[in-house]
Design a protein around this ligand. Sequence first.
Ligand SMILES: Cc1cc2nc3c(=O)[nH]c(=O)nc-3n(C[C@H](O)[C@H](O)[C@H](O)COP(=O)(O)OP(=O)(O)OC[C@H]3O[C@@H](n4cnc5c(N)ncnc54)[C@H](O)[C@@H]3O)c2cc1C
Ligand SMILES: NC(=O)c1ccc[n+]([C@@H]2O[C@H](COP(=O)([O-])OP(=O)(O)OC[C@H]3O[C@@H](n4cnc5c(N)ncnc54)[C@H](O)[C@@H]3O)[C@@H](O)[C@H]2O)c1
Length: 472
Amino acid sequence: MHKFDVVIIGAGTAGLSALREVRKRTDNFVIINDGPWGTTCARVGCMPSKLLIEAANAFHRRRSFDEFGITGADQLGLNTRKVLQRLRKLRDDFVSSTVKTTDELDERAISGRARILSPDQVSVNGKQLSTRSIIIATGSRPIIPDSWPQLGERLLTTDTLFELEVLPKSMAVIGMGPVGLEMAQALSRLDVQITGFGSREFVGGISDPVINQVAVKSLSEEFSLHLGGRATVTTNSSNHTITVHTETHKVEVESVLAALGRRPNIDDIGLEALGIALNEKGLPSIDPVTLQIADLPIFLAGDVNKRFPVLHEAADDGHIAGLNATSEELICFKRRVPLAIVFTEPDIAVVGQPFHTLDQQNIQIGEVSFANQGRARSAQRNRGALRVYAAANNGQLLGAEIYAPAGEHFAHLLALAISQSLNVWDLLRIPFYHPVLEEGLRTALRDLSSKLPSCSQSDLAGCGSLNSEALD
Ligand SMILES: Cc1cc2nc3c(=O)[nH]c(=O)nc-3n(C[C@H](O)[C@H](O)[C@H](O)COP(=O)(O)OP(=O)(O)OC[C@H]3O[C@@H](n4cnc5c(N)ncnc54)[C@H](O)[C@@H]3O)c2cc1C
Ligand SMILES: NC(=O)c1ccc[n+]([C@@H]2O[C@H](COP(=O)([O-])OP(=O)(O)OC[C@H]3O[C@@H](n4cnc5c(N)ncnc54)[C@H](O)[C@@H]3O)[C@@H](O)[C@H]2O)c1
């Protein structure tokens, strides 16, 4: 029987990234994908969601026109049919750019559902494949509770939302994680009557209570937001509506977007055939720096391993798994500084160590509100806050949580600083141009610096504020 060097299961971001590394080292591989090719990110994830958000934010901008002195905003209309058509057209372009790589593989790209039979046997479409190593990169799918009634097309997930021809008039978005929050704000800006439900008090992956409070207050000004209770769903046969309720709130809506989290696609993948311990969710433990399962030639990459379900981490996972599946010796990788961004407006971002993981006795926190920040006020973007965390003994930057305009850019700048082990004064030594939103970050760093031992008089890192909105 022919023996492959590698079988890759799943052609999402992680699978394609693994494929790139595997192909550099061998032609003796197959990649198997169940369902549509083209990746979750391009088909139903990052890209279509951002396309919806861009349209929503463009339309929402009209609300600031009057204050700028621009008239006629109330004459502007919205054609959601066209919004969704543009979304799908660009989405299809993005998808076709991802399938190019696998289209040229001919019989080495197999459509079908793979199942692991043993550490060196995989079955697909009734055939048995023998292999030296296996990369499992099967991703995840939206959770829908079994207890919910059958709602047919009125129950949406991000797998189906972007296929709508028109948007419903009202919708409950259940789950206020990154998916729920991004979609709730965007849909509400596209004139859908949104009610958001989150079982936790915290939203969008924030763990800092100060930042969370600012975000919740600001987002609640745009759509009805109910936190701290699990939502349940019932149908009303009399008027064909859906009732969503918690202990304290009840709403009748046309449709529901389930954004309750995502479940790894491991159900019938055959992990139990490997003879290894699985946790209560059915997942094996992996070594995060090699992605190996136990001491087997099997690697778990991307969302399926639940380590950090964002695109750049899935791509890194694929790279690591692809290399290790084809190397004589395992390579250990230093993982990147954690970075997560939620594309609400303002952005939510968590970089480095999140607030809840820090030892509160040994850190100092610097903070800034953007309510009066000069550049943000000029642009009518003056909402939000940012908190930066540093080690109390030496000012080394540890992390930040952000709900701020241009938060995505602050998060990248801070990721660079944290990855280079910089301290607060190193960052205060860079020039901050005027007037830019980054001056808000500088205010937070100065606040942090004031709580730490002061630096020398001959160091511009110690330069203080002028106490003027126009000059800082
Ligand atoms: C709405 C939404 C918005 C998002 N926005 C962002 C964002 O802005 N930024 C960001 O960084 N991340 C974002 N993400 C997360 C990002 O999309 C994922 O982290 C990433 O797509 C994971 O890639 P993956 O390769 O692990 O999985 P996938 O791309 O899901 O690939 C897995 C593939 O395996 C296939 N498969 C499953 N089971 C089998 C089997 N038994 N046999 C064969 N094939 C199988 C699946 O059909 C699928 O094609 C978003 C996610 C969602 C849902
Ligand atoms: N911009 C981005 O990078 C981006 C965008 C979207 C998704 N993602 C990725 O996708 C992953 C999944 O995101 P997600 O938002 O689907 O999941 P999540 O697990 O982060 O959030 C789901 C939320 O739903 C809540 N919930 C569950 N059941 C509920 C109920 N009955 N009633 C009310 N609330 C309920 C949970 O408490 C949780 O807070 C994220 O971890 C993220 O990494 C990233």
